[in-house]
Design a protein around this ligand. Structure first.
Ligand code: ADP
Ligand code: MG
Length: 320
């Protein structure tokens, strides 16, 4: 919500600076378990905005773990399941990213998430045997995608929570562009895509929240046609026996992430990749994450370290 407010302020500022040709067209809805806002700056096409919000809701129905009619629920109920082409493609991409991130990103963490949710409800840390049982169901190798048919090993459960918002934002951006929009912001609970630039051709300014004080910003980045996605443990997590645990889990150990990072923001032309990478980098810790980002073209990052340092990679354009 704080990030949303920040964005609204920035959007308002754009108008006062003479960037808008008319009033922006904006809509907010509670979708994807968060607040989603889409704002068109160069269009008065209400129908386009409506179809964008409808598409976001439809994708959610497909990729939600909790909607019993979703493709993900169908796969999680076991056996060989036929899914949509889009779902099969997203699963295949996600599984590839598990390999590329040495298992730091993994869409089979659902059993672990359930375990930590139960631990929070019971206010008691899980014992080793229970943790190991859940961990035994985790691993990209336990999922097979063959055309549109998806099969999980017994017990393995999918959770697209770390990639779905990114993928949905990419699809929303494509829909807006197809509809002729060249200046828009899509904000799916902090997963942001800048479609094009401001109407006057200058970049959008996106504030990055300070994980230790989400009312403040650590920096502001200037972006055109770019996704900006943050992962951190400051907004969501598990409170167990008076301690705070991250909702991002290390699929290799089953434990909530606790390392030298407070948050990672990824800048990438692909919102799907930005979402995958923000989660993966948060798991990997600063050194391995910085090396991974270095190896990827057109991909930049803002790391907020536990010691308070803010490190930006070379391609990040900050606004002073
Ligand atoms: P958010 O959705 O809060 O913006 P992320 O994109 O980092 O943050 O996704 C975190 C969610 O993804 C968790 O709530 C959980 O459902 C799932 N998850 C947790 N750890 C991992 C992981 N290592 N790889 C993939 N998914 C994960
Ligand atoms: Mg993510």
């Amino acid at each position: 919500m704080k990030r949303l407010l920040t964005l609204c302020l920035l959007a308002a500022l754009l108008c006062f600076c003479g960037g808008c040709t008319g009033a922006p067209l904006s809509r907010t809805a509670m979708l994807l378990d968060t607040t989603c806002t889409v704002t068109l700056y160069d269009s008065t096409d209400e129908a386009l905005l409506t179809s964008c919000m409808t598409a976001i809701a439809a994708d959610e129905q497909c990729w939600s773990r909790t909607d019993p009619n979703s493709d993900v629920s169908a796969v999680n109920s076991g056996g060989a399941v036929t899914v949509s082409e889009d779902t099969a493609a997203l699963l295949a991409t996600s599984l590839e990213w598990s390999t590329r991130t040495d298992g730091a990103f993994d869409i089979t963490t659902a059993a672990l998430t359930a375990l930590w949710q139960t631990a929070e409800e019971q206010n008691r840390l899980p014992d080793n045997a229970t943790l190991q049982k859940a961990l035994d169901t985790v691993g990209a190798g336990k999922v097979t995608v063959d055309g549109n048919t998806v099969t999980c090993e017994d017990g393995t459960q999918l959770d697209l929570g770390a990639v779905a918002k990114g993928a949905i934002a990419d699809r929303a951006a494509a829909l807006l562009k197809d509809g002729g929009c060249r200046s828009a912001l899509i904000d799916l609970g902090g997963n942001i895509v800048a479609v094009g630039s401001k109407p006057d051709g200058t970049p959008f300014h996106i504030g990055i929240a300070d994980p230790q004080n989400p009312d403040a910003l650590v920096t502001t980045v200037a972006v055109t046609d770019m996704a900006v996605v943050t992962s951190g443990s400051y907004e969501r997590g598990y409170k167990i026996a008076d301690a705070w645990y991250s909702h991002i889990l290390d699929p290799r150990t089953g434990h909530p992430v606790s390392n030298d990072l407070l948050s990672v923001t990824i800048l990438s032309p692909s919102s799907t990749e930005a979402d995958v990478l923000s989660t993966a980098c948060f798991v990997l810790g600063y050194n391995a994450a910085a090396a991974l980002i270095d190896s990827l073209p057109d991909t930049d990052a803002v790391f907020v370290l536990a010691d308070g340092r803010v490190v930006t990679t070379d391609g990040v354009q900050t606004v002073f």
